[in-house]
Design a protein around this ligand. Sequence first.
Ligand SMILES: O=C(O)c1ccccc1N[C@@H]1O[C@H](COP(=O)(O)O)[C@@H](O)[C@H]1O
Length: 234
Amino acid sequence: MARDDRRFEVKICGIRTADALEAALEAGADLVGFVHFPKSPRHLALADAPALVARVAGRAGKVALLVDPDDALLQDVIAAFSPDILQLHGHETPARVADIKARFGLPVMKALPVARREDLAVLPAYAAVADRILFDAKPDPGALLPGGNGRPFDWALVAGLDVNRPLMLSGGLTADNVPQALGLVRMDGVDVSSGVEDAPGVKSPDKIRAFVAAARRAASTSSLQDPLSKARAS
Ligand SMILES: O=C(O)c1ccccc1N[C@@H]1O[C@H](COP(=O)(O)O)[C@@H](O)[C@H]1O
């Protein structure tokens, strides 16, 4: 599908409560993310997932975020979260991404950590097997979490990429900086966790609403300003 035909998507990640979920759905988030990773302050236990995810009821796509999961964990998470998309946020290789897709039959969004241009050398290999690519800030060595750290990276590094897969931007986004980010890079969507929280793992309904509105406004301006769109329109 050509990039212009894709709907710009906003994802709110790390949802653990019904209030946060309702805020995201009412604000019009396209994707809602649930983290299953015990080290995260946003970890959603298998036992708590079914009741929460049932509330989505088709109003958004459900994304289950995992870090280097084995097949047994994937099976348990898929049963408990009924995800529409699997987000792989660890060191999964392209071969493992392909294996997970084939085994479980769900679309996969692969997170790629970015700090320097060289980090994008792996992009073609992942774009060949993943359904979507998510760019996130590369964590410091030894960081507890591979993502969800509220840290931006140099967005210019991911400007002008076209790999025929939807590309999403994440890493330290907020309602305040998402216009600047989308003014610099054209993306198919944005993903946020820390930037819509009052404290790690504590979502703010106000910040969720502000982020979704700011991202939508910025995306519409960004596509109007994009040189490719301008050329096609003329
Ligand atoms: O949110 C988490 O706790 C998390 C844990 C492990 C891997 C990824 C995680 N979150 C994802 O990281 C990015 C950026 O988040 P932030 O906005 O900078 O906090 C986002 O895709 C989250 O889904």
